[in-house]
Design a protein around this ligand. Structure first.
Ligand SMILES: [Zn+2]
Ligand SMILES: [Zn+2]
Length: 516
């Protein structure tokens, strides 16, 4: 018999003469003998004549050996005259298993721990000095929503740092897998994995799967470049600028070196109003989203254009995983949607199996500057005189001293509904406000002054008291009570240093009016 003593499958040739007598073949119970490699016919016969004895048989490791060389295959011969002979092959049944330290790693192939995993092959029983071959032998895309698996769809499967490694005394050999650009896409329930195969010559092999996940990409837009605070909207003045940030991370680790391409889409206000069949701004968020989804934007690109300009076209994430761009407003008013594409990632896209540049989208609002517009309602009978509406309007206007004349407007007619920059200041004769309150706000359309109560409670400065009170009630649209500001709670008493809005309130008014 010939063979090797440490292989799972080994070939035994039985070269025998034309001997009379009986042969006995015996073998350990952790192996099986087969007539051919195809394993069609298992050999179970143990007693043979020399004619019957198979010339070749194949050994299959069936149960892994506990120790090296613990398995014997014996052929004994007994001649008619009682002479015996024996030949023995010592075998070890070897099993190879392979496992990855991390079953899921971040896609992108970056030089970071999150994009790598060790893959270790282990020989049982342990044997040192064996060469293990490793390869990325395949990939699969699993569509978990449909229960379909697509094989070998990948185009950037990643790489191994070595295709061979030698087992140590524990029977282990390790290589390192780094991910590629292909990625799962949980948004579409598509999961991408690669197969890493380890093999010990032609003896045994095993495969393990490693999934490639998308990094987290958080887009922050419309950031005031000076303060770092997010802006709700930007003045469409052709020069105002906002900062946008994309932060690429995986398990809170920033991923540097990703190339991010920036583009924007812009819907003109007139396009949105016509899609809405009226005032787009008055729609609910869900209604607005439905219109964005079904209305082509007026512009798509980077600019420069009437819709603004986004620079640079491509930026690289820094050590914290952040890439930035600057948007300079155009002169068009409407909604802008920023989108980024991560050029280092290729997430799965629904379809038979497709790949999609990773897009992150977020909307902002370049809008027109608006004026503060106030309608002053009629005063009740019996207060004018002594009160004078011209003076009241003067004192109210003076509370908004930060606004130039062009931005503060008195309206001739009452508003039925008010936009955020529009106010009705009306008389009330309602009692039951907090003690000392000479006014109350129920929203922009219902800012009330209790003119009669002011006359009853004060003897001097009546117009000034009414004007400050009107400004205070309008101010409740942006602020609650606080000191050294028109928003002080007892403003009708005309406390010192409370005739104007404070800096914080002024900032909120400017934001509401679309900037200076
Ligand atoms: Zn108040
Ligand atoms: Zn204030």
């Amino acid at each position: 018999m010939i063979g090797e003593d440490d292989l799972v499958r080994l070939e035994i040739s039985c070269e025998l003469g034309d001997l009379p007598g009986n042969f006995t073949l015996s073998w350990g119970n952790n192996i099986k003998l087969w007539e051919r490699t195809e394993k069609e016919t298992e050999i179970t016969q143990t007693q043979y004549t020399s004619e019957q004895l198979p010339e070749t048989c194949y050994v299959e490791g069936y149960n892994v050996s506990n120790t090296i060389k613990d398995t014997e295959i014996k052929l004994s011969y007994q001649a008619p005259d009682g002479v015996t002979a024996m030949d023995t092959v010592i075998a070890t049944v070897v099993q190879l298993t392979v496992e990855a330290d991390s079953e899921v790693i971040c896609a992108g192939g970056d030089d970071l721990g999150v994009c790598r995993t060790d893959v270790t092959a282990t020989i049982h029983p342990a044997m040192a000095g064996k060469t293990i071959n490793f390869s990325i032998s395949g990939d699969k895309g699993v569509d978990t929503s449909r229960g379909i698996i697509y094989y070998d769809v990948g185009s950037s499967r990643g790489s191994l740092n070595s295709t061979t490694a030698t087992t140590n005394s524990s029977g282990q050999a390790t290589v390192q897998l780094t991910s590629g650009a292909d990625a799962s896409n949980p948004d579409t329930y598509l999961y991408f994995s690669v197969a890493v195969k380890a093999s010990l010559e032609n003896v045994d092999s095993d495969t393990t799967w490693v999934e490639y996940d998308l990094p987290n990409e958080e887009l922050q837009i419309f950031i005031n470049p000076e303060t770092g605070e997010p802006l709700e909207y930007l003045e469409a003045d052709g020069k105002s600028q906002v900062l946008n940030k994309l932060i690429v991370s995986y398990h809170n680790q920033g991923i540097p070196g990703h190339s991010i391409t920036w583009t924007f889409r812009f819907w003109d206000k007139t396009t949105l109003d016509s899609a809405a069949g009226g005032d787009f701004e008055s729609l609910s968020d869900a209604q607005k989203e439905a219109i964005f989804a079904t209305t082509n934007p007026d512009y798509e690109g980077n600019g420069p254009s009437d819709y603004g300009e986004l620079t640079p076209l491509t930026s690289i994430t820094d050590s914290s995983g952040m890439a930035t761009s600057i948007y300079t407003a155009g002169t068009k008013v409407g909604y802008i949607e920023f989108q980024t594409a991560d050029n280092n990632i290729d997430p799965a896209k629904r379809g038979s199996w497709q790949w999609l540049g990773k897009l992150v989208r977020k909307k902002g609002k370049p809008r027109e500057r608006t004026n503060l517009v106030v309608y002053m309602g009629e005063m009740p009978e019996g207060v004018s005189p002594p009160m004078d509406m011209i003076n009241i309007k003067y004192y109210l206007r003076n509370c908004f001293n930060f606004l130039p004349d062009s931005r503060f407007v008195y309206a001739g007619t009452k508003f039925t509904t008010c936009r955020e920059n529009e106010f009705n200041v009306l008389n009330t004769d309602r009692f039951g406000f907090a003690p000392g309150e000479m006014g109350v706000s129920f929203g922009n359309a219902q800012c009330f002054i209790h003119y009669m109560n002011i006359i009853h409670n004060y003897s001097t400065g009546l117009d000034e008291r009414a004007g400050w009170t009107a400004a205070h009630e309008m101010g409740h649209s942006i602020a609650s009570h606080h000191g050294t500001c028109v928003m002080v709670s007892n403003v009708t008493d005309l406390p010192t240093n409370c005739q104007h809005f404070c800096g914080i309130c002024i900032g909120k008014w400017w934001a509401l009016l679309g900037g200076q």
